[in-house]
Design a protein around this ligand. Structure first.
Ligand SMILES: [Fe+2]
Length: 412
């Protein structure tokens, strides 16, 4: 509710692209998923309204034929007021359930998943608010960015061998982060920082977007079809690249991680630089493995929850990436920084289930095991409670309205 507190009523209804959703839809959909959870815990549960369920079902065919995603913004009914009332009603139902019931394992698991699902939609809502309003959005809270120390982009060497990948903590994780399994890695190097605007600008100025030789065939088609010349939200003004986002229209800051790039662009940059994207196993080992202590941690700095000193996440309220060198305390044992927060990092890995994968919630994660790439680490739009080193996000290869960047790897 804090995210939408300063919106005008008109803002709630608009869908700017087929891949965004209106704010009122996000609010209603989050509540609808809680209704789905309640219905799985109580067979007598009656849904609030058939009409709401039809509008708010994203893609769960077990609950009927979902509506066309691109047309969520053409509906003026249910009204904003009605959706807000629905949101409060379902919140109350969940609260009552938690108060009345001795929580079973199943209920605990499903309701926790409902909350993590809500986190995912908070982040999607932030992407959509940027697309809809950019600097016309007035956040309830906005902090000043941390002061960066001077650093130079470099890479670190990591020894290969068998690495045990996947979540190994005692708290919540999604089914797709399990089971832990061994994977063999060759020796490799990985960048200590995400690729910056300055580095990416060299690629642009060297004709990166004009030469097919850097691009996958589908990527080159996307460049031509979409007329890409730079990351999303970049505009050229009097020969200079500007970026327009929540902070307004500004000159490109050379030291901020590049953001709003697709998998294709990340991949093309790497080829231009004579490097490649890391696989998700390489990324995870660089983030979470401590070679000296022979242990895997939940975060690069250890097992303590993120705070404003080690990660730029939604509750940092910066509404932007922070310059490299801003988070000395984010250091992983191998010497990588800013792996959690700032930008989601594209990897070369296909989004599929790990060997031995078992579904935890049918139709949630598992029906997307095709034509998507994995991103790791979270962004400045990711709620703090929802991120960890083993978290696997996934998007299609040409999507770039999300807060996505990358770092490079190479064989060594
Ligand atoms: Fe959803």
């Amino acid at each position: 509710m804090e995210l939408v507190k300063t919106l005008e009523k008109d803002d709630f209804v608009v869908q700017t692209e087929y891949y965004t959703s209106p704010p009122k839809w996000h609010l209603g959909h989050v509540s609808w998923i809680y209704e789905v959870v309640l219905s799985k815990l109580n067979t007598d549960y009656e849904f609030y309204s058939k009409e709401f369920s039809e509008y708010l079902n994203s893609y769960y065919r077990q609950f009927g034929e979902p509506r066309d995603k691109g047309k969520r913004g053409i509906m003026s009914r249910p009204t904003v007021e009605q959706v807000l009332e629905y949101f409060q009603t379902v919140n109350q139902l969940v609260t009552d359930f938690l108060k009345k019931n001795l929580i079973s394992n199943k209920a605990n698991q499903l309701l926790t998943m409902g909350m993590h699902h809500e986190c995912q939609h908070q982040e999607l809502l932030v992407y959509d608010l940027q697309h809809l309003l950019a600097d016309e959005y007035r956040p309830v809270k906005k902090n000043s960015p941390p002061t960066p120390s001077k650093v130079t982009p470099e890479s670190v060497a990591i020894g290969g061998g068998l690495y045990t990948m996947g979540y190994n903590g005692d708290n919540f994780c999604y089914d797709i982060e399990l089971p832990e399994h061994k994977i063999f890695l060759n020796n490799y190097r990985i960048d200590a920082f995400p690729i910056t605007n300055e580095q990416y600008l060299s690629f642009i100025e060297d004709g990166g977007y004009d030469d097919f030789k850097y691009w996958l065939s589908d990527g080159w088609d996307a460049v031509k079809k979409n007329n890409w010349h730079a990351p999303m939200y970049w505009e050229k003004e009097n020969g200079r690249w500007m970026l327009r986002n929540f902070l307004g229209k500004r000159k490109i800051n050379p030291n901020e991680p590049v953001c709003y790039v697709s998998f294709y662009e990340a991949d093309a940059y790497c080829r231009w630089a004579g490097k490649r994207l890391p696989s998700e196993a390489e990324w995870e080992k660089a983030a979470c493995w401590d070679e000296e202590k022979m242990r895997k941690t939940i975060f690069p700095w250890g097992n303590e929850e993120p705070n404003e000193k080690n990660a730029n996440l939604l509750e940092s309220y910066l509404w932007n990436t922070s310059e490299i060198g801003s988070y000395p305390e984010s250091r992983s044992s191998y010497g990588c920084y800013q792996m959690i927060g700032d930008v989601w990092e594209w990897t070369s890995s296909e989004y599929i289930g790990y060997p031995g994968f078992k579904t935890g919630f049918s139709e949630y994660n598992d029906k997307w095991f095709t034509n998507q790439k994995v991103l790791r680490g979270g962004s400045f739009g990711t709620p703090r409670m929802s991120i960890r080193g083993s978290y696997r996000n996934f998007f299609r290869l040409d999507e770039r309205w999300l807060f996505s960047g990358f770092r490079c790897a190479q064989d060594s």
